[in-house]
Design a protein around this ligand. Structure first.
Ligand SMILES: C[S@@+](CC[C@H](N)C(=O)[O-])C[C@H]1O[C@@H](n2cnc3c(N)ncnc32)[C@H](O)[C@@H]1O
Length: 279
């Protein structure tokens, strides 16, 4: 699974796509706002930086910024976007005001797999970020390995922020009744997408979606090219319990966490953000 996804993330079309993304998602904005006073004193590890969407927002704000991605092509795009070669700055097109960039330490950008963070010693980082579902592109066993590595390189009390696909959300997309509408054109397009979703996941039944903690699916992003891990929010919280607490859950569309895992706001978003701290 990881090899197939890694090859997809080297494709020029995906590199171009992630290289032009700019905005933080609403949940990320809320979390940034919450942490902003602490950022200048923080050493940050940004995993799966892709084309540098989050780099633009965090590098100017944190004390020390390290971004990694297992796709060499993504790291090259990120460097090109920031106007730095290797770790040497050569001007930049950052969104931050010039005053915030004056005297800025160059970002460390490296090709590295989150499953093996042995280049970093234990307790190296105050903030570890793995955004836009990057964690979902490795197998279940590898995901647990990534979480162990994140736990190891985080200082006690370090924040870990990531998003992951929501098994509750995709369950709705599998139900054809939710794709019917009075507008014939949108009903047609929706039903074609529904048919493709069912075809690419033909071994998976509705009952699997209801009963599983997690599943590997092929969804419509990047034309069904990726194998993607979807997890039930309660199972995600349990998966983190070995070394992270407290755990807050945010629909990606909201700047505030939900109050409980029973909140109906968790039923439909296709991905959720999790904020927790290393124990
Ligand atoms: C959906 S893209 C998001 C890119 C970027 N974070 C953003 O928000 O625009 C996921 C990124 O995670 C990277 N990735 C996935 N698994 C990884 C792993 N095991 N180690 C490092 N990077 C990984 C991919 O190469 C890809 O660039």
């Amino acid at each position: 699974m990881a090899d197939r996804n890694q090859a997809a993330y080297a494709r020029p079309s995906l590199v171009r796509y992630y290289g032009q993304l700019h905005q933080l998602q609403p949940a990320e904005q809320g979390i940034l706002e919450r942490l902003k006073d602490h950022l200048p004193a923080m050493a940050m590890l940004d995993i799966g930086v892709g084309g540098g969407r989050t780099t633009q927002h965090f590098w100017p704000r944190v004390g020390d910024y390290t971004g990694i991605d297992y796709s060499a092509e993504m790291i090259a795009a990120c460097r090109a976007r920031l106007g730095c070669s290797g770790s040497t700055l050569a001007g930049s097109d950052l969104a931050a005001p010039p005053s915030a960039r004056a005297g800025l330490k160059a970002p460390n950008l490296a090709v590295m797999d989150a499953r093996d963070l042995s280049a970093f010693t234990d307790h190296s980082f105050d903030l570890i970020w793995f955004s836009f579902n990057g964690l979902d592109y490795v197998s279940h066993a590898d995901r647990l390995q990534v979480l162990r590595e994140v736990h190891r390189v985080g200082k006690p009390g370090a924040y870990f922020v990531f998003s992951s696909h929501n098994l509750r959300g995709i369950a709705q997309a599998f139900d054809y009744r939710l794709h019917l509408s009075f507008n014939p054109l949108s009903a047609y397009v929706d039903l074609v997408m529904w048919g493709l979703l069912r075809w690419f996941n033909r071994g998976i039944q509705m009952s699997d979606l209801a009963q599983s903690d997690h599943l590997i699916l092929r969804d419509e992003s990047h034309n069904f090219a990726l194998q993607t891990y979807y997890i039930h929010p309660a199972a995600q919280v349990e998966q983190l319990a070995f070394g992270f607490r407290p755990i807050e859950v945010y629909p990606w569309t909201q700047r505030h966490p939900v109050k409980s895992l029973e909140d109906p706001a968790l039923a439909s978003p296709l991905w959720l953000y999790y904020l927790c701290q290393v124990l």
